[in-house]
Design a binder for this molecule. Structure first.
Ligand code: TPP
Length: 542
């Protein structure tokens, strides 16, 4: 027996693994873990668990490191679930922990018992576990870290009864390292390269795994060697290719029929680092146009198995790009000029407004925002109906300057931008962070603002206020479901909400007011929320 407690040994393990930041919201079942919190650790306090996981996700992505989150038994875990689901689809390595009741009482299920801790977060974690013995807690953390960081990366959950922490440890923790990238099968990648070399008109479909792996240069090199058009995979959460590059053809639509139509004329396509395919509305049609052969590279066997079409190869997106680039035969003839299309949604139709009562439309707002913000600004997006306008006004041309969520579960962007801004400061990059969050979306994890204030993070939140769930109105047109209640959201005052959390709240209506508000926000030490009314026109979904 060592003199050390389970807590001592676990904190030593975390320190050795480089995990010294804990995002959390505490309860009585976690105080035994947090007791005598070590001075070299940092506790990022968050007021609700969805925001804790969102902030940890943003930080982990922007730091390219796993993050630790501590939430309150089953209650906190339930609050956290929407953003755990998102972290799973974002492929973000998170170790999420919660306390549980005292082992002596668990059998009779006292207050706060997490009665099925391993089941509760499933299926949105890669692994969930409550150690059978207190002595197993440090090794369970090591296993959790290994699973979270190995491909495909993602969240894991550990439940720890509150009386485990002061028990004696059996010895020091065993630290291990694991690999983070899987190399492709050599024979199969050579075959994929040959198929690309022989193609008359190949298309490259790049997914977020390339961006996560830091593979922009490799992505450009393959496209230029092949002189192939590049599409962003539908509803990509991270761009993997410069959007102003002459070979960039835009984002693929997120529905079957339109996606297949967009790929007409290509004979070979390869999806690298994305699912086949991330659809949203059901628009029947073939998966692929006639005559198109599809290949798929992913580091996730389940994603490969799920694909309805295509031949797959397991491997890390960036290692595969490098291998393909060295194996393919280059083309000298330049690719045909691309007919570029904006991402996802169609643009808003022009709205009729009376002169004198002019509010900006989404396109005008985003153009103004882009002009008013520094070139290296990091943009976080959660503004469902305004995607086409945002991507048109704000082409992403530098790596790691755009983040959104892979899941469609609202409430990620606001807290994620807190983690991303914290990472900008921790990494010394110190780029400005602007988050465009719809007036509906901003409500799901609004208390993330408090953490931005407490951490003195100079995030600029821009809330385009159309006072409705606009995208659901677009959906209602497509699905032919008139008369749906609950699509208007009047009466929200984002200036008051911002001030209530200690942030600076500003109302801006004209382009000049937006420009002035952005300039003032960029000079502040803490967060600013700019509420901007926009025209409430409803765009077609596709
Ligand atoms: C957690 C969660 N709840 C509900 C929804 C359904 N939903 C999708 S978009 C949307 C409206 C978003 O409103 P807003 O942010 O104002 O964007 P807009 O559509 O008006 O551009 C809702 C409620 C969701 N996606 N996620």
């Amino acid at each position: 027996m060592s003199e050390k407690t389970i807590r001592d040994v676990t904190f030593e393990l975390l320190r050795d693994l480089g995990i010294t930041t804990v995002f959390g919201n505490p309860g009585s079942t976690e105080e035994t873990f947090l007791k005598d919190f070590p001075e070299d650790f940092r506790y990022v306090q968050v007021l609700q668990e969805a925001s804790a996981v969102g902030a940890a996700d943003g930080w982990a992505q922007a730091m390219r490191r796993p993050a630790l989150v501590n939430v309150h038994t089953s209650a906190g875990l339930c609050n956290a679930m929407s953003n755990i689901l998102t972290a799973f689809q974002n492929r973000t390595p998170l170790v999420i922990t919660a306390g549980n009741q005292t082992r002596d009482m668990l059998l009779m299920e006292p207050w706060l018992t997490n009665i099925e801790p391993a089941n509760l977060p499933r299926p949105w974690v890669k692994w969930s576990y409550e150690p059978v013995r207190a002595e197993d807690v440090p090794a369970a953390f090591m296993r959790a870290f290994a699973i979270a960081t190995q491909p495909p990366a993602g969240p894991v959950f550990l439940s720890i009864p509150l009386d485990d922490w002061d028990k004696p440890a059996t010895g020091p923790a065993v630290i291990r390292s694991v690999s983070h990238r899987i190399a492709p099968d050599r024979v199969r990648i050579a075959d994929f390269a040959e198929r690309l070399s022989k193609a008359k008109n190949p298309a490259l479909i790049y997914g977020s795994a390339i961006a996560r792996g830091g593979g922009w240069n490799q992505a450009i090199a393959l496209a230029e060697k092949l002189q192939a058009h590049v599409f962003a995979a539908p509803a990509s959460e991270r761009p993997s290719f410069p959007e102003s590059h002459p070979l960039y053809a835009g984002g693929l639509p997120f529905a079957m029929g339109p996606l297949a139509k967009r790929l007409e004329g290509y004979d070979v396509a390869i999806v690298i680092g994305a699912p086949i395919f991330r659809y949203y509305p059901y628009v029947p049609g073939p998966y692929l146009p006639d005559g198109l052969a599809l290949m798929h590279i992913t580091d996730d066997p389940a994603e490969a198995a799920r694909a309805p079409v295509g031949d797959s190869l397991l491997g890390d997106a960036v290692l595969c790009l490098e291998a393909l680039e060295s194996l393919v035969r280059g083309r000298t003839a330049p690719a045909a000029a691309v007919n570029k299309q904006a991402h996802g949604m169609a643009p808003h139709p022009p709205a009729e407004t009376a002169p004198g009562d002019r509010v900006l439309n989404a396109a005008e707002l985003f153009r103004t925002l882009r002009e008013a913000s520094p070139p290296d600004t990091v943009l976080v997006e959660e503004s469902p109906s305004n995607l086409a306008e945002l991507h048109a006004a704000w082409p992403v041309n530098q790596p790691d300057t755009f983040y959104t969520f892979a899941s469609g579960s609202l409430g990620w962007g606001l807290p994620a931008s807190v983690g991303i801004a914290l990472a900008e400061r921790d990494s010394g990059r110190n780029r400005p962070v602007i988050a465009v969050i719809g007036d509906g979306s901003a409500q799901y994890s609004i208390q993330g603002l408090w953490t931005a204030v407490q951490q003195k993070l100079p995030i600029l939140y821009v809330v385009p206020c159309n006072r409705q769930y606009c995208i659901l109105k677009s959906f209602a047109v497509l699905e032919e479901t008139p008369g749906v209640p609950g699509l208007e959201i009047p009466g929200l005052d984002y200036v008051a909400l911002a001030n209530g959390y200690g942030a600076t709240g500003v109302h801006a209506q004209s382009a000049e007011e937006v420009r002035a508000a952005v300039a003032a926000a960029l000079g502040r030490k803490g967060p600013t929320v700019i509420e901007v009314p926009i025209q409430p026109s409803v765009p077609p979904l596709l």
